[in-house]
Design a protein around this ligand. Structure first.
Ligand code: F6P
Ligand code: MN
Length: 315
């Protein structure tokens, strides 16, 4: 976006960017509400309790007090925004309806604190958000109207897309998100790869694919946090992340609604690709709210190569 003062792009805040790029009013409101919620989440990460909450989520994972807190912060914000019909969270067991049937509203799926098991070791974590129009939480990922994430690393950054490119913001000293980069793109060949899951559980096809990447000189860059690992690919403009189907976990680990759909949307918007090894992630119809899928996501060329290896060597 051209700025009238030329050199002041760092002063373009999130609300102004949304407004000036023509994003619909309620969607602008919603994205700004989420960005506000993230400030409270940061505060909880910095100062909060590292202990467990004494509860488990739908996946049998122990919930940290921080997971529960981040979930509450977002839910409350969504409820009071007036523009959200329903939400579903990785930390909840069912869809929560606020405003059923309201046609100007949005529905939001979120992972409030992805990678929260990395908090005690002080590695980067994030919040992932998927936004659909109306009440459409169980549709295909291609029907999302926006997706975003907030990355809590040494700096706090926010990446969003409303279907018109991917834009990066960073939090400044006043805790405002200001524009860093418009139209983030993935266009290079991968020289880094992030392989999730135990390697000895990979299928023959995945194993041959990874060996080929290594022979091509790719370096391993895996942080164990989905948000920083995807952010790395978006900011470097190249790379591939995978959490494939494993022999002991055929559906992989990552969740369609809260993790894969929003990240696939962002990566495609940046010119990359996301596949389950056979088909485009955004074309998969999730069968239930906790559906998982294998994923190969990042540079188009390497995602296509993964599909070729899996087709030729055995899925
Ligand atoms: O929520 C899932 C998650 O924590 C992601 O952030 C990350 O990519 C993945 O799990 C890491 O899984 P693993 O611990 O098996 O490498
Ligand atoms: Mn997660």
């Amino acid at each position: 976006m051209a700025d009238e003062r030329g050199s002041t792009k760092f002063q373009i805040d999130l609300r102004r960017h949304l407004r000036e790029t023509g994003v619909e009013r309620n969607l602008t409101r919603l994205i700004c509400e989420i960005s506000e919620a993230s400030k409270y989440i940061i505060n909880s990460i910095r100062t909060g309790d590292l202990g467990v909450a004494g509860t488990s989520n739908l996946y049998g994972e122990k919930q940290l007090a921080l997971d529960v807190l981040a979930d509450r912060i977002l839910e409350k914000r969504m409820k009071h925004s007036g523009v959200v019909a329903s939400v579903i969270s990785e930390e909840q067991e069912q869809i929560i309806e606020f405003n059923p049937g309201h046609s100007d509203c949005y529905s939001v799926a979120y992972d409030p604190l992805d990678g929260s098991s990395l908090v005690d070791v002080n590695l980067a974590i994030g919040t992932i958000i998927s936004i659909c129009k109306g009440n459409a939480l169980l549709g295909r990922g291609r029907d999302q109207v926006a997706a975003m994430y907030i990355l809590y690393g040494p700096r706090t950054t926010l990446m969003y897309s409303t279907g018109n490119g991917v834009h990066e913001f960073a939090m400044n000293q006043l805790m405002e998100y200001t524009l860093v980069q418009e139209n983030v793109t993935i266009d290079g060949n991968s020289d880094i790869y992030s392989p999730g899951g135990q390697r000895n559980q990979y299928s023959e096809g995945t194993e041959r694919f990874v060996r080929t990447l290594e022979e091509q000189g790719c370096k391993l860059r895996y942080s164990g946090g989905f948000v920083p690992d995807i952010n790395q690919i978006l900011i470097k403009g190249r790379g591939i992340f995978m959490y494939p189907h494993l022999k002991n976990r055929p559906q992989g680990k990552l969740r369609m609604l809260y993790e894969l759909n929003p990240m696939a949307y962002l990566v495609e918007q940046a010119g990359g690709a996301a596949s389950d090894g056979k088909m485009r992630i955004l074309d998969i119809l999730p069968q239930e709210i906790d559906a998982c899928s294998p994923v190969f996501i990042g540079s188009k060329k390497e995602v296509a190569l993964a599909q070729e290896f899996l087709a030729a060597e055995g899925y």
